[in-house]
Design a protein around this ligand. Structure first.
Ligand SMILES: [Zn+2]
Ligand SMILES: [Zn+2]
Length: 296
């Protein structure tokens, strides 16, 4: 592969025939020679695909030929080659699984009633103006936030996206209802739904970071309000915005800073935990913290 690239994008728009869009996407991705994950629903499309730069460009050109996807905000990043072992194109009830498909209303203008979109620059202006009253609210799973997050962010106790409703309904975050709450996630798609959930629960002033951490990192790298590594859902597992990145993750064995997750060796567990390359190479640590006692 001459130059491996990965693109990330979503479009919220009504799709009356998601199955037809799925078949078209399957053909487009196959004929463009890209792999990755594409989710189609009656509410739009959400995708991460990778391949050689020329192939990815061909895929993106094809994508834009369909009018509702013409202006898709496509975020590019460097791949390593073979980042996605296969191609998966599926129709699902939701683009992101909050298990709340009826909560959002989607028109050709996107999700209605969500938070105010902020560009990275506007985010900095809000923080400059609002000071202590601006709160970052992580829209990802707790595991993703372990290796990188916005400074002083609130990180909900979420194993999967569907845990957000339980978390929000627990009342734990009610003290933030009068703050300026800024949600963020990898590329922005989860915030489209999360910001609606927050507003529906009485959070008064809700914002979402447009283009997510990926777009923010392109602009501010490691010299803004972001700290650490970005968790990504492909073989890379994490990415950094510059050589200055300091991972917030800590090896479960030796405590050294690391962005590297490995799977627990216990076959019935397999959960990810942080383990530095040295401890993995030496075999010092193969079980996650939950499984270590059973194997002691
Ligand atoms: Zn270690
Ligand atoms: Zn385990």
């Amino acid at each position: 592969m001459s130059l491996p690239k990965i693109v990330l994008f979503y479009v919220f728009t009504p799709l009356p025939d998601p199955e037809a869009v799925r078949l078209w996407q399957l053909n487009l991705a196959r004929s463009s020679n890209v792999t990755g994950r594409i989710i189609v629903s009656a509410q739009g499309i959400n995708a991460t695909v990778g391949g050689d730069i020329q192939d990815v460009k061909r895929y993106v050109r094809g994508l834009r030929e369909y009018v509702p996807f013409k202006d898709a905000d496509v975020k590019w990043s460097d791949g390593r080659g073979d980042d996605f072992p296969r191609l998966s194109v599926k129709v699902r009830p939701e683009l992101v699984s909050f298990h709340a498909p009826d909560v959002i209303t989607v028109t050709e203008h996107g999700v209605q009633g969500g938070g105010t979109h902020l560009t990275p620059r506007e985010l900095h202006q809000l923080v400059d103006r609002g000071g202590e009253n601006v709160v970052f609210f992580d829209g990802r799973n707790e595991l993703e936030a372990r290796i990188g997050r916005f400074r002083d962010a609130v990180v909900p106790d979420t194993g999967t996206t569907r845990d957000f409703i339980r978390e929000l309904d627990s009342g734990k975050y009610d003290h933030l209802k009068d703050k300026h709450v800024v949600t963020y996630c990898t590329g922005g798609v989860r915030c489209e739904v999360l910001s609606v959930l927050l507003k529906n629960r009485g959070f008064r002033d809700v914002y979402q970071l447009d283009g997510g951490i990926v777009r923010y990192g392109e602009q501010y790298g490691d010299h803004g309000l972001w700290d650490g590594s970005l968790y990504v859902f492909d073989k890379r597992m994490h990415m950094e915005f510059s050589p200055d990145a300091r991972s917030l993750g800590r090896c479960e064995e030796c405590g050294t800073a690391t962005p590297t997750f490995v799977n627990c060796a216990e076959p019935t567990c397999r959960q990810l935990f942080l383990c530095c390359e040295d401890c993995t190479a030496s075999g010092a640590r193969v079980y996650c913290p939950d499984c270590v006692p059973a194997h002691a």
